[in-house]
Design a protein around this ligand. Structure first.
Ligand SMILES: *[C@@H]1O[C@H](CO)[C@@H](O)[C@H](O)[C@H]1NC(C)=O
Length: 154
């Protein structure tokens, strides 16, 4: 085993541990989404979508989503899409390393310099792992913001 890799992995887990004391946390990607049965333990999360670009956009404000414990953000978004009656929908690509990459929400697509960024409101910052890896805690609030990407900002 590579010592540097172990060190880095350990360091990262501490960073994630401290970062995510309240909000979502980074986990392994979910291989498949569990079917929700009456026995499934559910948490409630909230989803908001805002565009900072010019022009009208059908946003989302605190949509409640019931999802299984430890659901990934991808799973939460799929559940939101399924139950929102058309108020929320998204399109994504799949990348081998980063997993699901969301490029379009409610018909609005990444268009340089504007991109979709995911914020974890409980953590007061951008999520630092992809939507397949970000796991929700009860009462988490995820906010998709369509904003101008400024190079070197983070
Ligand atoms: C949720 O994730 C935490 C942290 O990885 C784990 O300890 C817990 O067992 C998981 N719960 C379920 C129901 O999967």
């Amino acid at each position: 085993m590579d010592v540097a890799k172990i060190f880095l992995t350990t360091l990262m887990s501490y960073v994630y541990f401290f970062r995510s004391a309240n909000g979502a946390f980074c986990g392994d990607p979910v291989a498949e989404y569990p079917e929700i049965t009456p026995e499934t333990e559910l948490i409630t999360c909230h989803l908001s979508v805002t565009s900072l670009a010019d022009g009208p956009f059908p946003g989302v404000d605190h949509m409640s989503v019931k999802a299984p414990v430890n659901a990934s953000v991808t799973q939460i978004m799929l559940l939101a899409e399924k139950h929102s009656g058309g108020d929320f929908w998204f399109e994504s690509d799949y990348h081998e390393n980063f997993g699901t990459y969301v490029h379009t929400i409610n018909g609005l697509s990444n268009d340089d310099p504007y991109y979709w960024f995911l914020y974890d409101v409980m953590d007061d910052g951008q999520t630092n792992c992809g939507t397949d890896f970000t796991r929700a805690r009860d009462n988490d609030h995820f906010h998709w913001l369509y904003e101008e990407y400024t190079y070197g900002y983070y």
